[in-house]
Design a protein around this ligand. Structure first.
Ligand SMILES: Cc1cc2nc3c(=O)[nH]c(=O)nc-3n(C[C@H](O)[C@H](O)[C@H](O)COP(=O)(O)OP(=O)(O)OC[C@H]3O[C@@H](n4cnc5c(N)ncnc54)[C@H](O)[C@@H]3O)c2cc1C
Length: 385
């Protein structure tokens, strides 16, 4: 597409995007192809580190949401496995970077940035998905300078292979035993005694599994932020990452539309290229316009975050629109290829699988609509007299 679409980006940002695309296509995609489906591909994580991308996440105290978006979109264009491996290192370790005591940061941030340790973010439970404030994994003070963690986590990306999990648990009892208050975040090593897990076979470009905590001990020094601040730590992390889920989706949408456009010029039906059937061209035109509009919204949400004005309603709009349009774009690209796109190993068959989950995780589309609607009503409500 025209360079005008990137007029709002500086030369360094354009260069980052171009270099990341080259790294993904030439170096990371072959490493991803050699991985074992459903298990963490450690060579891929090291490849992200060697390419300098993980350093970008962890070199300062704050992470640039815009940098995150550009890298995630660029990786998604050519290698969704590299994209998710990158994002999960960030999601899993950002709470440690942002809220961990110095010793914990020293222990984990270096190895995660070097790609020698794999991180994961463990919030969801069997009975707490869209409503994480309902989580029940308990952390009870054990009187010996720590806590005992007992319960289950489910649908955790990188489980059960991760080296460190950011775990959200309920430390409060009594009135605090329900709701967002009384949650605490911990960094728990993957080899902690009492922690076990199992992989799940999922429609996703990365490993995912369940975790069982059977009296896992975590010391006070493994607490991220203050006890009782776990919900804030989780939401602060998701606020940063939400626009970038949209960027992941946009990367997939752009690749799908490029594939569809190329194929429509080549493939003939009824004596002419598909591109000359107006129904095809107009559908692709609508999707291109919607994709680029959603991309600008993603970038606006990221820029607001980086300017110190994070806007949950804007971030929700960006994730909602980008993930929904990406699903439509990939579906149309499959449709205009016909049967060939559904053959195992076709790039669109790959994208068709990978584009689905982002409409569910980090807040399903319906939850994003809730956030947007609440922000609208709050803004429109009369000020108290
Ligand atoms: C590929 C993948 C990777 C994941 N990785 C992680 C991870 O690394 N860490 C982690 O903690 N979790 C992870 N998850 C879990 C994810 O965050 C949850 O699946 C998500 O929050 C939805 O929870 P649920 O699946 O329990 O659905 P539920 O909460 O049971 O909701 C089911 C559906 O009901 C609808 N719904 C729910 N509430 C409302 C409402 N208020 N209004 C209208 N509709 C509503 C939505 O359509 C929703 O999809 C992952 C999930 C997937 C699919």
């Amino acid at each position: 597409m025209s360079d005008a679409l990137d007029l709002h980006l500086g030369p360094e940002q354009r260069d980052l995007y171009a270099r990341t695309r080259t790294l993904a296509a030439e170096t990371l995609a072959p490493i991803a192809a050699a991985g074992t489906p459903g298990r963490v591909n450690r060579a891929l994580v090291r490849g992200l580190a060697k390419g300098g991308l993980l350093d970008r996440l962890f070199s300062g105290d704050e992470v640039s949401a815009m940098g995150l978006c550009l890298i995630r979109e660029a990786l998604a264009r050519d290698c969704t496995e590299a994209e998710t491996a990158f994002a999960l290192q960030g999601l899993g370790a950002y709470p440690i970077l942002q809220a961990g005591p110095p010793a914990l940061r020293d222990e984990w941030i270096g190895p995660v940035a070097a790609g020698t340790a794999v991180a994961a973010f463990a919030l969801t439970e069997p009975e707490a998905g869209s409503d994480p404030a309902a989580l029940s994994l308990s952390a009870r003070p054990d009187g010996a300078g720590g806590y005992r963690l007992t319960g289950e986590k489910l649908w955790i990306s990188n489980a059960p292979d991760a080296d460190v999990y950011t775990v959200f648990a309920r430390t409060a009892t009594g009135d605090g035993a329900r709701g967002a208050r009384g949650l605490t975040a911990f960094a728990v090593p993957g080899d902690a005694p009492g922690l076990s897990g199992a992989p799940r076979d999922m429609l996703a470009p990365h490993a995912i599994g369940s975790l069982t905590f059977d009296g896992v001990w975590a010391s006070d020094a493994q607490v991220l932020g203050q006890p009782g601040e776990g919900f804030r730590v989780a939401m602060h992390t998701l606020d940063l990452f939400r626009p970038s889920v949209g960027a992941f989706a946009i990367g997939m949408a752009r690749t799908a539309l490029d594939l569809a456009t190329g194929y429509a010029l080549e493939r003939h039906t009824f004596g002419r290229p598909l591109a000359q059937h107006q129904a095809v061209g107009h559908r692709l035109a609508d999707l291109r316009a919607q994709t680029e509009a959603a991309r600008l919204l993603v970038h606006q949400a990221a820029r607001a975050h980086d300017a110190g004005m994070p806007d949950p309603g804007l971030a929700a709009m960006a994730k909602l629109l980008a993930t929904e349009v990406a699903q439509a774009a990939v579906d149309a690209a499959v449709q205009f290829h016909g049967a060939v796109a559904l053959e195992h190993g076709h790039p669109l068959e790959h994208l068709y699988r990978d584009v689905r989950a982002p409409r569910i995780y980090e807040g399903a589309s319906e939850i994003q609509r809730e956030i947007i609607a609440r922000a609208m009503f709050r803004a429109a409500a009369p000020a108290p007299a």
